[in-house]
Design a protein around this ligand. Structure first.
Ligand code: NOJ
Length: 764
């Protein structure tokens, strides 16, 4: 390891020691749990303890090629602590009954990737983040918890809180985007939504925060790739959302696959013990990712026995699928490579989780057929998913009031994504029943009503390359394919367009073109679709691009040429109806981008809260020699973070501060008047950013510190007020101390991270 790195790690450890929390006295409830768990552990053999650390699949491989085998006989022998990806009260009861016949009758915990809703699928996480609507996001997690728990589950592998600033990375779709503050707020409400106030209640499930840590900063945006990061960036930008989720009470955390500064997370003692346990005082359990333990062999850390011992002693408590713990830990104990305390510590944490969930009182608490029948896919849940989706769409462009559409006339709905059910819900919607998902055509007809005539043509394939289309439509997410020559398919769509009053082009990505192991180096809409779009534009008919995507795409050409663009991400079960609601103007769009859209892929990673450099480019310039810029493209993004239009317009007044000085332990307010200056009622996300002008370390040019989503009737004005206190100005300095430094600060309030009004104050 380089000397500088050693120094930084020593520094981080010193910070941990100085800030380690003093032990709080334990509550009567905790004392009761400790007594119960200690009593149980006193009866357990080493094998049974190791068994608790083993997490297996319910029989099918999910996100890797390894599958658990002989699951039932392992459960019977006490060799399994939990199962994932098995659902329904019937199957779960049957499996739990096997555990109840094992010697100590320790219940299993049942998990699944309940990521954006359960059967009532909500929009993908990146889309939810675009709503900036925390109560709605919390409610989506609440509904997911109710449905999942009604179907037998008590644990979800969510929320995913990895910050990502790299659109090439496919899993950006599962994240809340690029911003630390927004990501932390969402992390918190997701955990609250899943876990409720008491995990023993039948409709609450345990959250598992993932992927710890820095998974979203994989080099080159390639999934599972190495992360190498400074402590400044870690502490200030990437770690806070994990911390926010844990502070909200998340009961478990999943380790990421990636290497962090030379040590893979699964075996990273600094990460899992020094930071997580000592500094953050996390008292839940740590689970590896899918075969994360055995993958340490490929990382080059040794054989299965060695890597299993390393993971356990680093702080991984539960081994997902590798069975490295199950098959080697006892031998490592005998060889003195690990201690019985290592095993006891992990076993205790897992038993405590089961205790907190009330599973020792009732192992079958989630096995009610009645609940499964009555609480899943209820009309209220479905309605909530539809309303939620309408809040996530981002209107990127709307020239000449192309939108909203009239509920009359002929609409040509064309493109490979117009007539597919499977593409609508989005990646990680394993429980979605595709038969229940309307296609875009169906959604538009439902909302448009009888006076709207819809005509359809495929217009193009998803990608010209059939293999790419197959790889981008996995897990049954097929999209119709036509093997005729491209010109013929396009011509058919052009004919349909000529007959129509307006064209809706449903283009973009297949839903499995993002998600796990779906990284891309080209962020364009596939070329064959672009050729279709160009041909449609040539007809002279108004064209609305309905853009499906799980990541920022490079749509510079589209932005220059298409009059209206609505980014709809992947909107869950009710996506199509919700798109109808927005396209026809029943709902005014209000989503704002939680990620910067680049002009081209060469700008990636691009994010608004960057540092300034010593040679920043002057505002409004494209290129100046010896300045920090590119020869071939300006530094500007295509659409900035926080951007999104509405069918109405909002006018901002000036920022008024209650005082120009802020003293420690006091707060000031910043108030701005926002007016709906158009003729349609609408919602606006008012965003507050700050800049610390002089610091002991370099500070970002802007940092989001608050936002409010407000309703404004046409013509209405409201004053929006934000409180600012010293706490909002704190950051980790170069000694990793969390401080606010006296001096001048700027405040920016506006409709996105670029278009803002500003004011200044001094922190005394
Ligand atoms: C691998 C993924 O990285 C993780 O997010 C997921 O929870 C597990 N597989 C389990 O399916």
């Amino acid at each position: 390891m380089k000397k500088a790195n050693i120094l930084l790690i020593l520094l981080a450890v010193a910070v941990i020691n100085s800030s380690a929390q003093t032990k709080k006295p334990i509550s009567a409830e905790q004392a009761k749990m400790n007594k119960f768990v200690s009593g149980l552990m006193a009866k357990m053999t080493v094998d049974e303890k190791i068994g608790q650390l083993n997490l297996v699949t319910g029989g099918e491989a999910t996100t890797g090629s390894t599958v658990s085998t002989d699951v039932e006989s392992k459960i019977a022998k006490g060799n399994v602590g939990g199962i994932f990806s098995m659902t329904t009260p019937e199957k779960i009861r049957k499996t739990q009954e096997v555990a109840m016949k094992s010697r100590l009758k320790i219940p299993l915990i049942f998990g699944q990737d309940v990521i954006h809703g359960y059967k009532t699928t909500f929009p993908i996480p990146l889309a939810l983040a675009a709503s900036w609507d925390l109560p709605m996001i919390k409610n989506s997690a609440r509904i997911a918890a109710t449905e999942a728990s009604a179907d037998g589950l008590n644990w979800t592998f969510s929320p995913m809180v990895d910050i990502s600033r790299d659109a090439r990375w496919g899993r950006i779709a599962e994240s809340s985007g690029e911003d630390t503050y927004l990501g932390s707020q969402i992390a918190k409400v997701m955990v609250q939504g899943y876990q409720g106030d008491d995990l023993r209640k039948v409709n609450n499930i345990m959250a598992c925060v993932k992927h710890f840590a820095l998974y979203g900063a994989a080099e080159s945006g390639r999934d599972y790739n190495t992360t190498d990061m400074s402590l400044d960036r870690m502490y200030n930008d990437y770690l806070p959302p994990y911390k926010a989720a844990l502070d909200a009470g998340a009961g478990s955390i999943m380790v990421s696959f990636n290497d962090i500064n030379g040590v893979p997370a699964t075996a990273n003692k600094w990460l899992l013990t020094d930071l997580l346990r000592k500094q953050w005082a996390f008292n839940g359990f740590v689970v590896s990712d899918y075969t994360g333990v055995s993958e340490l062999i490929e990382h080059g850390l040794g054989d299965l026995k060695t890597v299993s011992a390393k993971s356990l002693s680093a702080g991984t408590d539960m081994d997902m699928v590798s069975e490295g713990f199950l098959t080697t830990l006892k031998k490592s104990l005998q060889d003195g490579k690990i201690t019985i305390t290592d095993i006891n510590t992990s076993c205790r944490l897992i038993l405590e989780a089961k205790y907190k969930l009330g599973l020792f009182d009732n192992p079958f608490k989630n096995c009610s057929e009645d609940r499964a029948k009555n609480e899943i896919l209820t009309p209220a849940n479905i309605q909530a998913a539809r309303a939620a989706a309408t809040q996530t769409f981002v209107l990127l462009k709307n020239d000449n009031k192309t939108l909203p559409l009239k509920k009359s006339g002929t609409i040509a709905v064309v493109g490979p994504l117009a007539n597919t059910k499977a593409n609508m819900p989005g990646t990680w919607s394993v429980n979605a029943d595709m038969a229940l998902v309307p296609t875009l055509i169906e959604g538009l007809q439902n909302v448009g009503g009888k006076d709207v005539k819809i005509i359809h043509a495929l217009g193009s394939n998803l990608t010209a390359d059939a293999t790419l289309q197959t790889n981008g439509t996995m897990f049954g997410r097929e999209i119709p394919r036509d093997n005729r020559p491209e010109e013929e398919i396009i011509e058919e769509a052009v004919k349909a367009a000529r007959k129509a009053d307006v064209v809706v082009a449903a283009l973009g990505e297949g839903s499995e073109m993002t998600g796990e192991s779906a990284s891309r180096t080209d962020l364009n809409i596939p070329e064959t679709q672009k050729r279709l779009l160009a041909a449609l534009l040539k007809t002279g008919k108004p064209v609305v691009l309905v853009l499906f995507t799980g990541r920022p795409l490079t749509i510079k050409w589209e932005n220059e040429n298409v009059p209206a663009i609505l980014n709809v991400w992947f909107g869950g079960l009710q996506a199509a109806n919700a798109i109808g609601d927005v396209l026809f103007g029943d709902v005014n769009p209000s989503g704002k981008l939680p990620v910067t859209f680049p002009q081209n892929v060469g700008q990636v990673p691009i994010y608004y809260s960057h540092k300034n450099t010593g040679r920043p480019l002057a505002d409004g310039k494209w290129f100046s020699k010896f300045r920090s810029n590119y020869l071939d493209v300006s530094n500007d993004p295509l659409y900035p973070f926080g951007y999104g239009l509405s069918y109405t317009s909002f006018t901002y007044g000036d920022v008024k501060l209650s005082s120009n000085t802020l003293s420690k332990d006091k707060s000031i307010t910043a108030t701005i008047s926002v007016t709906n200056s158009g003729s349609t009622d609408g919602k606006e996300v008012v965003q507050l950013y700050t800049r610390d002008l002089v610091g002991s370390s370099t500070r970002p040019v802007k940092e989001l510190k608050g936002f409010q989503k407000i309703d404004l009737k046409a013509g209405e004005s409201k004053n929006v007020t934000f409180n600012i206190s010293e706490n909002d100005l704190k950051f980790y300095n170069s000694s990793l101390k969390y401080v606010a430094e006296p001096g001048e600060f700027k405040i920016f309030i506006g409709t996105n991270s670029r278009d803002v009004k500003e004011a200044s104050f001094t922190l005394k």
